[in-house]
Design a protein around this ligand. Structure first.
Ligand SMILES: Cc1cc2nc3c(=O)[nH]c(=O)nc-3n(C[C@H](O)[C@H](O)[C@H](O)COP(=O)(O)OP(=O)(O)OC[C@H]3O[C@@H](n4cnc5c(N)ncnc54)[C@H](O)[C@@H]3O)c2cc1C
Length: 567
């Protein structure tokens, strides 16, 4: 039965301040379910009948009025599983010792799903094939790469300081020390995850999982029966066919190990991962060459955002080849001999292949559970992260969309809450992207490329960092901040920022997009001076034609109207 808010007298839109029960709890008639608190009174809403809480339809902070649904109760005596029953759910007899939720993969998606499910009162098993929890992100992705990029930034800043009257001389680089610094960050975080799992009673099972039926899988010798499963098995680096099998040809995982510092490094793939690793090796002293198949670095990103990065690294790297592929790679004693499609050839001590990642969906035996895996290895899901099979969910890199940790984590939360009976879905308006290069490139929401392709009307409002006091006082005016604004409603549609620390600035506009803010909301927000965040406020002023930090002619040029498809 559905429990609704009874007549509250004069009260409406009253905030929920406490939820006193969890999904799966047995409640007696008149037992309080939630607490409401208005400015005049505190009220408990009791259960109208005895039963088991099947679903909670409100959270702390929601507001309710008479008739608002707050929970689903099963009839007294029936003890349902934590999630809403589906046609495929087993009878209580079949269920046996099934665990409520088994999560496959302990990356950011998997551990978030497991921890959230445990916090919601579910019995959770987390399966991971490697010893360390944390998946690609913590072990061989986001975190180690950012630790090395921090070191690279320190070196670059020290070099730039020469232009500011401070000379440090040639740095002495202890690669073992750099590696230890990186590993300490990884160890701290992955160790912390084990503690977090333990504290929540999440049972961690080590080994490779394989489905053996709709509600069963095996991990080595152990068979695990489950009510619900969340597939969070992530992705792996793509290898280029035809490249020789040689230890000097590495993926990002090998590159992060910093086994040695190659004199000459070829980076195949000018996307985010390739360019981040190029930034590290360049700073540590390698001579870097980049080859990219498309005609710009970071394909898919607006070209004006990539330009300042390209200009800076073109001065530092041996070469950047665009619209070019590797025709031949041959391992010889003196290095990897590479011939490019543009006729150029070279010999490299190491080659980093960073041409993309493919999902780990194919080798799980998912067909045993009736789950379809597409030709590319993706497990497609609906907005509640459900696969075609009601009790099997998929999240993160394995289910498509941008392969990013923050997306995986949000999806993990959604899957856990849906399993616990909450009425939620993944409905983020935008998933932000950042290249942690130098300068950083960051964007969210609508891009100019997408707007042009879809004939979406938009205006661009740009704030060049050459007019930012903070950027100038850091000696880093090589950047700009732009907002894409709807010409009619003035709503903020997108943001692009290139410049040092751009990634840290992005969240403000991600929030603005989620909140449907318009340019005025952003412009009227007081941004502290002098900060790089001001460039966002000033870009919004440019959109409104009220910026005082730019000369009038520049201001007009910066707010270039592009009314595509608007007649
Ligand atoms: C070099 C690099 C840098 C990156 N930097 C960033 C960044 O700065 N920001 C960002 O957002 N993203 C970044 N990413 C991407 C990010 O790491 C991934 O998007 C994220 O890790 C995906 O999380 P996930 O939970 O889907 O899967 P993963 O993190 O891939 O975790 C999946 C887990 O499942 C386990 N597994 C797989 N199959 C099985 C099985 N059969 N049984 C048991 N366990 C299994 C794997 O061992 C792994 O631990 C980076 C990636 C790389 C490679």
């Amino acid at each position: 039965m559905r429990v609704e808010i009874p007549d509250l007298g004069d009260f409406a839109d009253v905030p929920v301040t406490e939820v006193l029960v969890a999904v799966g709890d047995r409640v007696e008639v008149e037992q309080p379910l939630i607490v409401l608190e208005s400015d005049k009174a505190t009220m408990e809403i009791p259960a109208p009948a005895a039963g088991v809480v099947e679903a909670l339809l409100v959270r702390v902070g929601d507001t309710v009025s008479q008739g608002s649904p707050i929970a689903e109760l099963s009839a007294d005596g029936a003890a349902p599983s934590a999630a809403a029953p589906t046609a495929e759910e087993p009878s209580a007899d079949d269920a046996g010792d099934r665990v409520d939720v088994v999560v496959l993969g302990a990356g950011p998606g998997g551990y978030t799903a497991a921890f959230r499910a445990a916090d919601l009162g579910l019995d959770v098993v987390l399966v991971e094939r490697y010893e360390r929890l944390g998946g690609v992100c913590l072990n061989v992705g986001c975190i180690p790469s950012k630790a090395l990029l921090h070191v690279a930034k320190v070196l670059a800043d020290a070099q730039d300081a020469a232009k500011q009257g401070i000379a440090f001389g040639e740095p002495s680089i202890d690669v073992d020390g750099v590696r230890a610094f990186k590993q300490a960050a990884v160890d701290r975080l992955t160790g912390g995850l084990s503690q977090l799992a333990k504290g929540r009673g999440v049972r961690v099972v080590r080994g490779e999982a394989r489905f053996t039926g709709p509600h069963e899988l095996t991990v080595g010798e152990e068979a695990i029966a489950f009510e619900h499963c969340v597939v969070a098995t992530g992705s792996s680096a793509v290898r280029v066919p035809g490249f020789p099998d040689d230890r000097r040809i590495m993926t990002s995982t090998g590159a992060l190990e910093l086994t040695d510092m190659p004199e000459r490094l070829l980076v195949v793939g000018g996307g985010i991962i390739g360019l981040e690793m190029a930034t590290v090796y360049d700073a540590l002293g390698s001579e870097v060459t980049v080859v990219e198949l498309m005609d710009q670095l970071i394909p898919g990103c607006d070209p004006d955002l990539v330009k300042p990065l390209h200009q800076r690294i073109a001065k530092r790297y041996a070469a950047i080849h665009l619209g070019t592929s590797v025709e031949r790679a041959e391992a010889r004693d003196d290095g990897i001999h590479v011939t490019l499609s543009n006729g150029e050839a070279g010999v490299f001590d190491r080659v980093l292949v960073a041409v993309g990642r493919r999902p780990n969906g194919a080798a799980l035996g998912l067909e045993e559970a009736g789950v379809h895996v597409d030709d590319r290895g993706f497990v497609r899901v609906d907005e509640q992260q459900r696969t075609g099979v009601q009790h099997v969910f998929a999240i993160g890199d394995v289910c498509g969309g941008p392969m990013l940790a923050h997306k995986a984590m949000h999806e993990g939360r959604v899957a856990a809450e849906v399993i616990a009976g909450h009425n939620v879905q993944f409905d983020a308006r935008t998933i932000p992207s950042i290249a942690y290069t130098d300068p950083e490139v960051a964007w969210a929401g609508l891009t100019e490329i997408e707007a042009s392709a879809s004939d979406t009307p938009y205006e661009v409002a740009k704030m060049p960092w050459s007019a930012s006091g903070r950027a100038l006082s850091m000696g880093r005016s090589d950047g700009h901040t732009k907002l894409l604004v709807d010409p009619a409603s003035r709503r903020v549609l997108g943001v692009g920022i290139v410049g040092t620390g751009a990634g840290e600035l992005l969240a403000e506009i991600v929030h603005a997009i989620e909140m449907h803010s318009d340019a005025e909301d952003v412009a009227l927000t007081i941004h502290p001076h002098p900060t790089l965040s001001e460039t966002i406020g000033i870009a919004a002023e440019v959109a409104l034609g009220v910026a005082t930090d730019l000369p009038p002619a520049r201001r007009a040029a910066s707010a270039k109207a592009r009314a595509h498809g608007a007649g």
